[in-house]
Design a protein around this ligand. Structure first.
Ligand SMILES: Cc1cc2nc3c(=O)[nH]c(=O)nc-3n(C[C@H](O)[C@H](O)[C@H](O)COP(=O)(O)OP(=O)(O)OC[C@H]3O[C@@H](n4cnc5c(N)ncnc54)[C@H](O)[C@@H]3O)c2cc1C
Length: 384
């Protein structure tokens, strides 16, 4: 376990690495190294949906992360906008929810949904209504990452881009530092928060069952700005989500799938996704069908999937003491980042976190093969 001022090298300056740096910087000598820029990989592409209460997470993770977003709101350049979420329910399924909505939601039949958000929706004729949730919201992922960086640096962390880590150093079964393209950096603890690349980087030490995962997202400018109360939402049969932006536009994302060759994948969204957004999703929101696509994104490399859809945040017994691993954020790395930061703090310091850690352990997987199918969080029953 750490003592005050121990040096911690965090490899990877995505939201995971930056959240870890923010947690540890007040009482450790923290250095963050990224081979590229700050949050320049997957993290800056995230849609910023914070829908913790709808995810298959322990309540304590959701409660902790949400309270951290609320506390951070207004600091640095960060703002967290709380907004209700509507899960549309196809007409054929509406009877399932009239008595009881799952996960603490409220079922609103179609007419009640339209009355509740009179300016937001377009053509909902294929839907019997929607499940309404609060405790959700959105953020700008790059502003969030830069605020985590600012908070960590204020507490003395050194954060360096263009520093590729090529290996770990260890002696007598304990980590002693990392090798970088510029030489060795000594450390008492090393944390790899390098997304799906963690699998290859640590392949000589531990087998990690993670795979690259691709998402698509576009921003549409409707012909009139969406109203200020427009809810976030999702269409489960198409596996597509939306959220309003601060400028009355709407960000639409989804269609996630596993990848074999992230580096060879085009940067633009898939044609089938764009077509589905334009033809099937845009008409659901007022004015979006006549709108214009203003931005297209997919991760230039990839996010990182795990077999059960939950992250791996652990100090596996196979690796040298003092080495922690963060990977497999499975499309939820932004909303889980406060939990990731505190979980790694607990691994480094031995402090008890305010949430369970067992779901993060690598040893929950008997099979470490990367030959697994995608585990959806959409809850449609198809892939779960
Ligand atoms: C289109 C899209 C939409 C998404 N929407 C959401 C959302 O709404 N909500 C949500 O919670 N999540 C969302 N996600 C998922 C989220 O973006 C990821 O789970 C999260 O960014 C993972 O962060 P990370 O820091 O673990 O990894 P990354 O952001 O991938 O960071 C890893 C870092 O490690 C660095 N690195 C790799 N190898 C080395 C090395 N050898 N040496 C030094 N540095 C190295 C990389 O350069 C990179 O900066 C979305 C993802 C995409 C692509």
């Amino acid at each position: 376990m750490s003592t005050t001022n121990d040096r911690v090298v965090v490899v990877g300056a995505g939201v995971s690495g930056l959240a870890i740096a923010r947690e540890l910087a007040p009482d450790h000598d923290v250095i963050v190294l990224d081979k590229g820029g700050i949050a320049a990989d997957t993290s800056s592409r995230a849609s910023g949906m914070i829908s913790l209460s709808l995810e298959p997470f322990p309540d304590e993770w959701a409660t902790f992360a949400l309270s951290q977003f609320r506390d951070l709101d207004g600091q640095g350049v960060f703002s967290f906008t709380e907004r209700e979420t509507v899960r549309l329910v196809p007409e054929a399924n509406a009877d399932l929810y009239t008595d009881q909505a799952p996960d603490g939601g409220e079922f609103l039949p179609r007419d009640a949904l339209k009355r509740r958000f009179p300016e937001s929706f377009g053509d909902l004729s294929a839907y019997g209504g929607g499940l309404l949730y609060d405790g959700t919201g959105y953020l700008d992922a790059l502003d969030y990452a830069m605020t985590l960086k600012w908070a960590a640096e204020r507490n003395g962390a050194g954060i360096f881009r263009d520093h590729e880590v090529t290996d770990i150093r260890s002696k007598d079964g304990t980590v002693t530092g990392v090798e970088t393209e510029y030489g060795v950096i000594d450390a008492d603890h090393v944390v790899f928060a390098t997304g799906w690349k963690t699998r290859d980087l640590l392949a000589d030490h531990v087998e990690l069952p993670v795979r690259p995962l691709r998402w698509n997202a576009v921003v549409i400018e409707p012909d009139n700005p969406l109203p200020d109360d427009c809810p976030m939402g999702s269409e489960p049969t198409m596996r597509i989500y939306w959220r309003p932006t601060d400028h009355g536009n709407v960000l639409v994302g989804g269609n996630e799938h596993l990848l074999d060759d992230p580096e060879g994948t085009p940067m633009s969204v898939q044609e089938s996704f764009r077509k589905g957004v334009v033809e099937d999703v845009a008409p659901l929101l007022n004015g979006a069908a006549a709108g214009t696509i203003r931005r297209e994104d997919c991760c230039p490399t990839a996010d990182c999937a795990s077999p059960d859809g939950l992250p791996i945040i652990d100090t596996p017994r196979e690796v040298p003491d003092g080495l922690a691993v963060v990977t497999g954020l499975h499309g939820r790395g932004v909303m889980l980042s406060p939990v990731t930061g505190r979980a790694v703090r607990s691994l480094v310091t031995g402090e008890e976190p305010p949430f369970p850690m067992t779901q993060f352990r690598l040893n929950r997987f008997d099979n470490r093969s990367t030959n697994f199918d995608y585990r959806s969080h959409w809850g449609t029953g198809e892939d779960d």
